[in-house]
Design a protein around this ligand. Sequence first.
Ligand SMILES: [Zn+2]
Length: 272
Amino acid sequence: MPELPEVETIRRELAAHVSGRTIRRAQVLDARLVQGRAVDEFEQRLSGARVQTADRRGKYLLLRLDACVLVLHLMMSGRVHLRPAADVQPHTRLVLTLDRDPAVHLVDVRRFGRAWAADAADLRDILGRLGPEPLGGGFDWRTLQASFRNRRVAVKSALLDQRAVAGVGNIYADEALFTARIHPTTPAGQLSQAQLQALADGVTAALTSGIANFGTSFSTFETTQGTAGENQTRLHVFRRTGQPCPRCGAPIRRMVVGQRGTHFCGECQREA
Ligand SMILES: [Zn+2]
C-alpha cells in the first residue's frame, strides 16, 4: 500500500504537471471509486475546474480545484499515471483530461481506491480524525507521547493508527522502530522519553529516505511515469527476513503484530 513517501512522490510529480491546468473532462470508468456523491455529480464538479495545486494529507492526495477538492486515496494498489488522454490502459478507473496532455489516469487493479469531490464539510469528515503530519513542523517526541499516552497496544500497531501519526504504514513503521532500537510489541504507553525521541527521529528519517528515493516499490507502487521507486534497496529490515542486520549482522526476523507482518532485529530491538 502506498504510504506517505509514495503519495508524496506522486504529489510532487502531479504538482509539476497539473497546477494551473483546467480539467476539460472528468471520466469515471468505475462507479465504485466515487464516494459521497453520484458519479454524474462527481464528474460535473470536476469538469471545467482549474487545478490550483496538488497537496497531501497523510496518505490522501488532494487536488485543490477552484470550487472543491478532489481527494484520492490509493488504498492497496492505486496508481496515478500521467499519459496522453487517449492512452487508457486496463484497470483505469478515472481519467482527468486537461487542457493539454498528459492527462491524469487513476489505475487500480484491486479497486479499493477511493475518490471524493469534496467541499469544506466533506473534507472535515474525510480528514478530520487524522493525526499530525510527521514531516510537518512541530512533530517530535512530545507528539508521540501525547498520542501514545496510556496506550497498552503494541507500538507497531500504535504507529499504524492514522489518528496517532498520519501517513505511516507497515514499511516505514518497521524501519522507524529498527532505527530507534525498539521492539515492535513494546506497549506504546511504556516508551521512555529517550525511546520516544529515538522513534520520532526514526519516523522522520524513514519517511525522508522514502521520499528522497521516490518511494518504495515491491509490487504495486509506481511513479506517475510508470517507473518503480528506488527505496526498496535502502530498507534496513522490511522484507529482509533472514538477511543480516545492517547494524549487528544477526538475521532479521519476522513476526505478526496486529495481523501485520513485522520485520525486526532480535538483537538490536530487544523485548522490554
Ligand atoms: Zn541488529
